[in-house]
Design a protein around this ligand. Structure first.
Ligand SMILES: [Zn+2]
Ligand SMILES: [Zn+2]
Length: 133
């Protein structure tokens, strides 16, 4: 795959965001500076980048796929109220849990992958919920 200017811009912007945006979010952000960018070409580029492992696609958070420039194994925290999706580090730097999962995957040959999700309420939503009570 050729790392075209547009793909570079996508990766750079995605890396600087901690929000794991949808294609729509990204488009809204990039459109201002790149008037020639169409949603279709952004989407196509995201597909190519994720196919080639430069971008991670995250499913199951709302209706649209979310995209992540971090492609190593890491965990996410998902807010059930507002949909916020951020990296989450459980335990000490997440190493213990990651190492444990790696070991399980290594030992049990019937497994291909493992998915762990942390769901709850972000700080903002927790505040709102407390106020209501
Ligand atoms: Zn929230
Ligand atoms: Zn992430």
């Amino acid at each position: 795959m050729r790392l075209t200017r547009q793909r570079k811009i996508i990766i750079e912007n995605l890396s600087s965001l901690k929000t794991h945006p949808t294609a729509n979010d990204l488009y809204a952000l990039l459109r201002d500076e790149n008037s020639s960018l169409s949603f279709a070409s952004l989407y196509r580029n995201l597909e190519v980048l994720s196919r080639d492992g430069l971008v991670k696609t995250l499913d199951g958070y709302g209706q649209s796929k979310r995209f992540d420039a971090r492609t190593d194994d890491h965990f996410h925290f998902h807010c059930l109220a507002c949909g916020t999706l951020v990296d989450y580090i459980p335990l000490k730097k997440g190493k213990t849990l990651v190492a444990m999962l790696d070991r399980i995957l290594l030992l049990d040959k019937s497994l291909c992958s493992v998915k762990i999700e942390f769901n709850g309420f972000c700080k903002e939503c927790l505040k709102k919920r407390r106020k209501k009570v």
